[in-house]
Design a protein around this ligand. Structure first.
Ligand SMILES: Nc1ncnc2c1ncn2[C@@H]1O[C@H](COP(=O)(O)OP(=O)(O)OP(=O)(O)O)[C@@H](O)[C@H]1O
Length: 242
């Protein structure tokens, strides 16, 4: 598969009933990259992430992962290809402990790596180790985000999808989480596709990025290029917290 992107989204249109949320989206993520998708509220970012995971499915266009057409594959089969997601709102299990939440993320065929993988996550996020017996619902927002990412990592993903990891978190916490993502990418070569409203943090972290407006990609470039782009600056960066 050399030369092929790990993830290729081509001409994707996704509908909610009669409402077209994605109007022909093209996005590529190469192996080893951190790529982000930025855009305002309601632009369609979460819909793209969910379409990649197979629910809702694209009505037109295609999604290819690792050379396979996954456009019409059921969600559990897509997950088995090792696409893992930390969804919007984190969706941890609030009544389960941190440790149990991590157990839920481990896929059955990876159980022999369980202890090793949990230790890696505890090294990445020491706060989770300290709180491993605490219920998920009692964690702070930042810790819940760490847990959501940790749970996704338990599946040993080839592609990690992150939907708004910075949502509602203080800048310092966001910085810590984004640094952890960078460490994963650098040390393990983990490929990351990130959806963010916090354009500044996302662009700084990313190798490449796409800008989405009303269900379409309107701009793309390296993180650096987009950070310097006047249109991006006035629409997404000015008045932001940086
Ligand atoms: N379940 C749904 N039913 C109907 N319309 C929906 C549904 N989910 C999203 N939409 C609509 O699809 C469009 C794209 O929404 P989406 O959540 O993908 O945007 P977003 O860029 O992720 O925004 P946000 O950052 O607010 O989550 C919006 O117009 C939204 O109202």
């Amino acid at each position: 598969m050399t030369g092929q992107p790990l993830l290729k989204v081509e001409g994707v249109e996704t509908y909610y009933g009669n409402i077209r949320a994605l109007a022909g989206v093209n996005v590529e993520v190469n192996s080893g990259e951190i790529v982000s998708l930025i855009g305002a509220n309601g632009a369609g970012k979460s819909t793209l992430m969910m379409t990649i995971c197979g629910s809702p499915q694209a009505r037109n266009g295609s999604v290819t992962f690792d050379g396979r057409d996954i456009t019409h594959m059921p969600t559990h089969e897509i997950a088995r290809l090792r696409i893992a997601q930390s969804p919007e709102g984190r969706r941890i299990f609030p009544r389960m402990t941190v440790y149990e939440n991590l157990q839920m993320g481990a896929s059955l065929d990876k159980l022999k790596y369980f202890n090793e993988d949990v230790e890696k996550i505890f090294t990445l996020f020491p706060r989770l180790k300290e709180r491993q017996s605490q219920r998920g619902g009692t964690l702070s927002g930042g810790e819940q985000q760490m847990l959501s990412i940790g749970r996704a990592l338990m599946a040993r993903p080839k592609l990690l999808l992150l939907d708004e990891p910075s949502l509602g978190l203080a800048p310092l916490i966001v910085k810590g989480i984004f640094e952890a993502i960078k460490v994963l990418n650098k040390s393990q070569g983990l490929t990351v596709f990130l959806v963010e409203q916090n354009a500044f943090a996302a662009l700084k972290l990313s190798d490449r990025a796409y800008v989405m407006v009303n269900g379409r990609v309107t701009m793309s470039g390296s993180g650096k290029e987009l950070l310097a782009n006047p249109e991006v600056r006035s629409a997404y960066l000015e008045g932001g917290h940086h």
